[in-house]
Design a protein around this ligand. Structure first.
Ligand code: COA
Length: 163
């Protein structure tokens, strides 16, 4: 898999992968599919930022998945902390690509001033929990029944990695 910084040309593919998980899972708490215009707006956060990073992985010209680091919270004292998220095209899951993309993101962030990474994982999501544990994230808390999607409440487990 070839990993690189995401560019405008990758946005359709990123949106297709993400919209699949919006419609079919509670792994993201977005409920309505994103339009490409909304995705272009979302993509601005990665321009001119050393720490908000979006990486894509390709195999034989097909988008395998993407991984992003984004602001954890708006208030300035959180600036050394980021949230990470990773989504792999359904057909490429379980082949080590999620781990490779996350590893590359973590490696890049290690050379910045970032101290903490947080992954907010809807429970249950065994694969994502295993992925984060294998990357040395540890569970630091639970938000109980914090999200409502598909007519039920979902808890979120918070995983932390100290850089
Ligand atoms: C979660 C996700 C990103 C993981 O990426 P992936 O490429 O499928 O996972 P990998 O093949 O890199 O495996 C990562 C770890 O999870 C484990 N794993 C993989 N598939 C698994 C499965 N079906 N069940 C349980 N564990 C699994 C692997 O054993 C591996 O651990 P190891 O390195 O110790 O062996 C991917 O499955 C995905 O996009 N899922 C849907 C969206 C999602 O949940 N995103 C995360 C939101 S928090």
């Amino acid at each position: 898999m070839e990993i690189s910084l995401a560019k405008n040309k990758d946005l359709n593919g990123i949106n297709d992968i993400y919209n699949y998980y919006i419609s079919n899972t509670a792994y993201t708490f977005d409920i309505n599919q994103r339009t490409i215009e909304e995705k272009k707006e979302w993509f601005h956060q990665f321009k001119n930022s050393e720490t908000s990073i979006c990486l894509v992985g390709y195999k034989n010209d097909e988008l395998v998945g993407f991984v992003c680091s984004t602001k954890f919270r708006e208030k300035e004292a959180y600036n050394q902390s980021l949230e990470t998220s990773v989504y792999i095209n359904e057909k490429f899951k379980g082949k080590g690509f999620g781990k490779k993309l996350m590893f590359e993101l973590i490696t890049r962030l290690k050379s910045t001033n970032i101290k903490n990474l947080y992954a907010l994982i809807t429970y249950p999501n065994k694969t994502s929990i295993n992925l984060h544990k294998t990357l040395n994230f540890t569970k630091v808390g639970t938000l109980n029944n914090v999200g409502y999607k598909f007519k039920k409440y979902w808890s979120v487990h918070i995983y932390e990695l100290k850089l």
